[in-house]
Design a protein around this ligand. Structure first.
Ligand code: TMP
Length: 212
């Protein structure tokens, strides 16, 4: 695969509670991987630029009300509408650093009390990440970080439930990083993990599907 020059990019996902520092780390990881000569793009879910994304954004800012299952399916649809582009990018050799993915979808909705298997079902068939990094912070510490922005889920009690859901969802393949370390230390760890992952994908690891 490598020798034919058609090696693929890696799908790298960052997950964690609100205010865990994912977004800052994604924006640091992008230039640092580019600096090593990799083709990289930074993505995020929800992608608020699509029609579905605008509905999600209105819901999160409390401008609209939606049934818990309806909003769950919109978050999922927002990933499905990007799936083919995601696959094309990866196959063309571009690595994607993705700020939240299906795990957020399931963790946040199941924290509302929705059944875990029901929450996972619409995600089945999306591309599986090659690396999931969980930026680990206690809900209390996260809440102390400059306060929440006021979106719907940014409340301590709810984030405690989300943390439990993430815990239930996580498996041995997840890399857990202490999100309370200095920014530069987290950055160094992430870069190392990402480079390893990119090399594994280059060396022929095939793309697979999530939860199937
Ligand atoms: P953001 O702050 O990373 O843009 O995410 C917005 C909120 O949406 C955040 O509280 C997590 C939540 N969320 C879900 O509930 N389901 C999902 O599928 C995703 C991607 C995010």
């Amino acid at each position: 695969n490598n020798s034919k020059g058609d090696s693929r990019g890696a799908l790298i996902v960052l997950e964690g509670l609100d205010r865990c520092g994912k977004t800052s780390q994604c924006s640091r990881l992008l230039p640092s991987l580019e600096g090593l000569g990799h083709s990289v793009e930074s993505w995020r879910f929800p992608d608020r630029n699509t029609g579905v994304g605008q509905m999600i954004s209105a819901y999160l800012s409390n401008q609209s009300q939606l049934d818990d299952r309806a909003i769950h399916l919109l978050f999922s649809a927002n990933r499905w509408e990007k799936r083919s582009l995601m696959e094309a990018k990866l196959k063309s050799g571009t690595t994607l650093i993705v700020d939240r993915y299906s795990y957020s979808g399931v963790a946040f909705s199941s924290a509302k009390g929705l059944d875990l298997q029901w929450c996972k079902a619409p995600e089945v068939g999306l591309l599986a990440p090659d690396l999931v990094v969980y930026l680990d912070i206690s809900p209390e510490k996260a809440a102390e970080r400059g306060g929440y922005g006021g979106e719907r889920y940014e409340q301590l009690e709810f984030q405690r439930k989300v943390a439990q859901s993430y815990h239930t969802l996580s498996d041995a393949s997840w890399k857990i990083v202490d999100a309370t370390l200095p920014i530069e230390d987290i950055e160094t760890q992430l870069k190392e993990m990402a480079v390893d992952c990119i090399n594994t994908c280059k060396n022929g690891k095939s793309l697979s599907h999530i939860w199937s």
